[in-house]
Design a protein around this ligand. Structure first.
Ligand code: HEM
Length: 394
């Protein structure tokens, strides 16, 4: 281990993830200090161990001790409170309920793709995939169809303001936050007061009690808003990366059309090779050892998801996109440990539906000549801003 004296900074904003340099770092200096002082973990095993050590390594954006946990987003709540809130959310988001979103989301995907098919070309990022993640969460929550467009707009406003520093994004985010808060408060209150509330996620969140813990209406609203913030841009980037891959790998595209059983592994391999979040920021709450290195209390640590996902100790030929690898689900795109993404099953389902509809109706997909790779502006996110394609009907 040595303080990285070289020029490479794994946390510096770049237009593309620097996989070659991350690989170099993983092999030569897997626990390194960035010029900004944060320590970067590049190995799969270190990221897994540190992710599970939540009593000693916490989110770098943790709420102060006296903060009201009702108004804190889930990742920023300390243990043991985090575990209690998380159990209620896990119980309410149980995977077997997700099948309900299949039909409405499939029908939305067909409608969106129909427009693009008529045109024959366009940005598949904007015209097909952008509305899918927020719509999926809207269907999960149980919102009626005519509320969906506003909900999708709020989701985009909220995320932009929470990560882009400019004044216009911040204004849109405040506006979205006011509107969605009022909307969700009314939805929560109506379910809490009803003798026969609809059987949906909001009702379950309001009524679920785990080990004597029930979320207050404000805590329900806070966590519902966070689902949107956490689940929209991430899933959008998963889909944008997957679309870019398919538009540049015609043999793979035709294989997925012939072998639907390869779609699941394709989604996992896409998450591994192109993770929508490239790193997570944490802080050591007490002195702690990670991968044989001692860290003082207060040290900032980054979990290098993009580097860990290509760790040759876990994945053979890690730079190859290989849907047939035996451990295709061993990636860390959804994190690990007690904070592991509770929306992973929903994200996987949304991706599967969007890809199945595409494969069903599109015979060929190719990138337009106008394509220039431009990564989303948020430093820790990873996906192309646009994916202009030409498509032909089946
Ligand atoms: C491809 C899409 C997605 C990716 C790559 C992703 C990735 C992640 C990662 C890496 C974490 C761990 C963060 C940490 O440890 O600090 C996380 C947490 C979280 N995700 Fe996701 N996510 C995705 C989709 C979703 C969706 C669809 C939802 C909601 C429906 C969601 C809700 C959450 C929540 C609430 C947390 C916080 C969990 C906690 O702190 O206990 N995510 N996600």
């Amino acid at each position: 281990m040595n303080a990285a004296g070289d020029a490479f900074d794994p946390l510096a904003p770049t237009n593309e993830v620097q996989h070659a340099q991350l690989g170099e770092l993983r092999r030569s200096c897997p626990i390194s200090q960035t010029p900004g002082g944060t320590w970067y973990l590049a190995r799969h095993a270190d990221v897994v161990a540190a992710s599970r050590d939540v009593d000693r390594i916490e989110s770098a954006f943790l709420a102060p001790d006296d903060a009201d946990i009702d108004t804190q987003f889930l990742p920023f709540i300390s243990e043991p409170e985090h575990g209690k809130v998380r159990r209620v959310i896990n119980a309410a988001i149980a995977t077997h309920r997700l099948s309900r979103i299949d039909a409405p989301l499939r029908s939305l995907c067909n409608e969106l793709l129909g427009g693009l098919l008529d045109a024959g070309e366009g940005d598949i990022g904007e015209h097909y995939i952008a509305p899918i993640p927020a719509a999926g969460i809207g269907y999960l929550l149980g919102l009626p169809d005519d509320h969906q467009p506003r909900f999708i707009e709020w989701a985009h406003g909220l995320f932009g303001g929470s990560v882009l520093g400019d004044a216009e994004s911040a204004r849109r985010s405040r506006h979205a936050m006011r509107e969605i808060s009022a909307y969700l408060d009314a939805e929560i209150a109506s379910r809490a007061e009803s003798d026969d509330p609809p059987d949906d996620f909001i009702t379950r969140l309001v009524n679920t009690e785990v080990a004597g813990i029930r979320l207050s209406p404000i805590a329900c609203r806070t966590q519902l808003i966070f689902l949107l913030v956490a689940g929209t841009e991430t899933t959008r980037n998963l889909l944008a990366n997957a679309m870019l891959r398919l538009a540049t790998a015609p043999d793979l595209y035709q294989r997925l059309r012939r072998e639907p059983e390869a779609i699941g592994p394709f989604i996992e391999e896409s998450l591994r090779v192109d993770p929508p979040l490239t790193y997570l920021l944490r802080q050591c709450k007490v002195p702690v050892q990670i991968g044989g290195v001692d860290f003082d209390q207060g040290t900032d640590v980054a979990f290098g998801l993009a580097a860990a996902n290509r760790d040759e100790a876990v994945f053979e030929h890690p730079d190859d996109f290989d849907v047939d690898r035996s451990n295709v689900r061993s990636h860390l795109a959804f994190g690990d440990g007690p904070h592991v993404c509770p929306g992973a099953a929903l994200a996987r389902l949304e991706a599967r539906i969007a890809i199945e509809v595409l494969l069903d109706r599109v015979a060929t997909i190719t990138l337009s000549e106008s394509f220039r790779y431009q990564k989303t502006p948020v430093p820790f996110t990873n996906g192309p801003v646009s994916v202009p394609v030409r498509i032909t009907r089946t």
